[in-house]
Design a protein around this ligand. Structure first.
Ligand code: ADP
Ligand code: MG
Length: 764
């Protein structure tokens, strides 16, 4: 897994920048201070941050009051290099850092509490429950010499009875020191009953009256790792808390008052010194306060970057509608309402002088391709070129076939560039591209190669963007001339609104909400794998009547090899039943072989196509109306939904069978039921998020979302929306953050390590 995924520093990480930064200075324009190359600066800042490994960078502009929080945890009492290393493991889930800082400790919230307020007499103590009991020590019984199996025992009493303290491998000198006979002590720990005896083994606390006064009766419980016990952890956090300064408030007082939220410092203290179980909940006021701080910092950073990066860097395309009118007249269908609306939005962006950064979301089969075609035609009308990048070769070819057909009818030029276009063909194509003879280019990753030069790229469209790396995306949009090309990103993986905000901020989005007319709904059935025999009978009948079947094999996470083994096995097994009508296709096959199998499937020579997830995007075989997905429980819901989108493309009734291996957890069952009951990709994505929790959402990372240290979804979704509005309002009133509150907000940006965004303010 690439290291950058562990960062909590979206402002400084390329993944986050992609949509908001140009990857190089404008071609033909000298580098000038008025047009600072922010991306480059950010990359430098990031490199510096990495190089210094969390140590204070030389160019650090972090406000002085924050310095104690960013000191190394090692500067705390009782934390040496060893412990620091162990702590790193613990707090490292979001940060890649061998040397944790005070703030990393503070962001590591307790996940439970131990309540020591129950203070019974000895005989009233309930077995299995934590009790805090006042006793007098009566006698010590050491085990026979050398016998380590027998514990050291200490007996204590109060006026109701006796309790036996058990210490396996207890050290006599130590125990006599802390539990001298005749002394009064207060013990806290779990009480057990052994026969008629009451016991407490290894009490958590043994304190004197005096020490008891400072004992935390409600103890935070932290996630632990090898080599750190909870006492050490609590001690470290307690000293970290002492370093938390009272910072000048960056939130509006009215807002805090209305929400009854504490100050930043109070919130941290309350979280680490919980008073009741409720304090652990994401919606506890202290947690909400800090989550909101984090979300506001993130939204401010996104807005600042966006403002500085896109304003005025695009160009106003002048389009006359000639080509688009022709294309429309040749389409065999009417555009849907949402296709028309999306196109209007895209056209308005292209005509404006800011660079377009728009996301087109549309479920599988909602008709994104024709929207892409029309947008590209608009770019061509404006005298520029347009490129469409697809995630797979299969898909690129399919797009090209459709475009070429239309090109012939309406008179524009289009070419295909994948890894397979080589030699003379390729060089001719590149010539045409460079001279401007070619209007549109469709391709795969091959579009990124350095020798692919456009005469004038006006629009770059990226299909299924989650499959591309950020670097690649920036590279493509940077192939524009003078200014960067307008960018349209298309995705069929509906990103839930909540996640959309976190990763794209106020990036514009268009949605295709209505499906093209004439689509038949797909019937989805959820079936345990022990019903395989029934399934086989059903398939036999279907095959006989000429229907074709996709059979998707289990996804074995992180192991393509195992994927293949499973697919191979299933292929052989199905052949045993259905003979030569069964074909196999997978991602490791040579391209020619893959094409051959796909072709015999689309020609109808094969009845069943066993596949790994290669068919997830792109294939269009209307006669294939049955899809079987094995181990459906292992897939993400959105992924299942995409797979299902491969059927239901013709005019026949289609079905999707989700085979699962029981027993399913309650959530596991609920997830598959969502899919059975809905074909609405947006709803499915939201449900997926709700059922799994934001952090675990498969594909969250791929969709480029930021991970937060504090905020969590869906619990804090409402706060996110508020933070977004807040950020917008703040920057409208105070774009340079120079007002008194603005200055405090700058501190907030540094607090949540949005340093790069904060620095934009200085230079701007
Ligand atoms: P996706 O959004 O999954 O990329 P496609 O662009 O591949 O969807 O469209 C799916 C199918 O729907 C294609 O065969 C396309 O020709 C057809 N289609 C697109 N728009 C319309 C429409 N407005 N009316 C009818 N069919 C349409
Ligand atoms: Mg598509």
């Amino acid at each position: 897994m690439p290291l950058q995924q562990h960062h909590r520093l979206p402002a400084a990480r390329p993944r986050q920048l992609s949509l908001f930064n140009r990857h190089k200075t404008s071609r033909g324009l000298p580098f000038t201070p008025e047009k600072p190359n922010v991306a480059l600066r950010l990359v430098k800042a990031e490199a510096l941050r990495r190089a210094t490994h969390g140590r204070t960078p030389v160019l650090n502009m972090r406000p002085v009051p924050l310095h104690p929080l960013f000191a190394k945890a090692q500067s705390l009492d009782g934390i040496g290099p060893k412990l620091s290393e162990r702590l790193a493991k613990l707090v490292n889930n979001t940060v890649e850092r061998s040397d944790p800082r005070v703030i990393d400790l503070l962001w590591n919230f307790p996940t439970g509490i131990i309540d020591r307020r129950h203070r019974p007499k000895i005989t009233a103590a309930q077995p299995g429950i934590i009790a805090t009991i006042e006793v007098t020590v009566t006698r010590h019984v050491a085990p026979p010499r050398g016998n380590r199996k027998i514990p050291y025992r200490v007996y204590c009493e109060d006026d109701t009875g006796e309790i036996e303290l058990i210490f396996f491998r207890g050290r006599q000198d130590y125990l006599q020191r802390v539990l001298p006979v005749g002394a009064k002590r207060i013990l806290s720990g779990r009480v057990e009953r052994y026969g008629t005896k009451l016991q407490m083994s290894h009490p958590d606390h043994i304190v004197t009256d005096e020490e008891f006064k400072t004992l935390q009766l409600i103890e935070p419980v932290y996630p632990l790792t090898a080599g750190i016990n909870s006492k050490t952890m609590r001690r470290a956090v307690t000293s970290a808390l002492e370093l938390v300064p009272e910072l000048a408030e960056w939130q509006e007082h009215e807002w805090l008052k209305q929400r009854k939220w504490p100050t930043f410092a109070q919130a941290l203290r309350r979280i680490h010194q919980p008073q009741e179980t409720q304090d652990l909940l994401p919606l506890a006021p202290a947690r909400q306060r800090l989550a909101y701080d984090e979300l506001l910092a993130s939204q401010l950073a996104l807005a600042l970057m966006r403002n500085s990066e896109i304003r005025g860097t695009g160009r106003a395309h002048v389009m006359d509608n000639t080509l688009r009118r022709k294309i429309l007249s040749h389409l065999p269908f009417e555009l849907t309402g949402s296709q028309k609306k999306a196109l209007q939005e895209i056209q308005a962006d292209m005509a404006g002088k800011d660079r377009m950064l728009r996301l087109l979301q549309g479920d599988v089969g909602s008709g994104k391709t024709v929207v892409a075609l029309m947008a590209m035609a608009a770019a061509v009308e404006a005298g520029t070129q347009a490129a469409l990048m697809a995630p797979t070769e299969v898909l690129a070819r399919q797009h090209f076939a459709e475009f070429a057909d239309m090109a012939e009818k309406t008179g524009f030029s289009v070419a295909l560039l994948t890894g397979r276009e080589k030699g003379k063909k390729r060089s001719t194509l590149l010539e045409q591209l460079k001279s401007g003879d070619l209007d549109m280019l469709i391709g795969t990753h091959a579009l990124f190669q350095d020798d692919v030069e456009f005469a004038d790229l006006g629009l770059a469209i990226i299909d299924e963007q989650h499959r591309f790396g950020v670097q690649q995306r920036m590279k493509l949009q940077g192939k524009g001339k003078g200014t960067d090309a307008d960018v349209l990103v298309m995705t069929a993986t509906p990103i839930p609104r909540t996640l959309l905000l976190t990763s794209y901020g106020d990036m514009e989005t268009s949605q295709l909400t209505d499906k093209p007319a004439g689509r038949k709904p797909v019937t989805t059935r959820v079936l345990p794998v022990d019903r395989m025999d029934d399934l086989l009978h059903g398939l036999e009948r279907a095959l006989t009547s000429g229907t074709q079947v996709y059979w998707v094999c289990p996804l074995v996470e992180e192991s393509e090899k195992l994927d293949l083994a499973a697919a191979d096995q299933r292929h052989a097994w199905l052949r045993g039943h259905f003979g030569a009508r069964v074909g196999l296709v997978h991602g490791r096959m040579p391209a020619e072989e893959k094409d051959a199998v796909m072709k015999s499937f689309s020609d109808g020579d094969l009845g069943i196509l066993v596949a790994t997830t290669v068919i997830e995007v792109g294939v269009n075989v209307p006669n294939a109306t049955i899809m079987v997905i094995e181990h459906a429980e292992r897939f993400g819901l959105s992924q299942l939904h995409q797979l299902r989108g491969r059927v239901g493309r013709g005019d026949q009734q289609s079905s999707c069978i989700l085979l699962y291996q029981g027993p399913l957890s309650k959530t596991g069952k609920a997830r598959l039921m969502v899919l059975r009951d809905s074909e609405d990709g947006f709803y499915i994505a939201e449900e997926d998020l709700r059922l799994r929790g934001g952090g675990e959402l498969l594909g969250t990372r791929q969709s480029g979302t930021v991970e937060f240290a504090i905020a969590q979804f869906p619990e804090h979704s409402a706060l996110l929306a508020a933070a977004r509005d807040d950020a917008q309002l703040i920057l409208t009133r105070d774009p340079g953050l120079t007002s008194p509150r603005g200055k405090n907000l700058k501190t907030l940006l540094y607090l949540f390590e949005r340093d790069s965004a904060a620095k934009l303010l200085r230079s701007g």
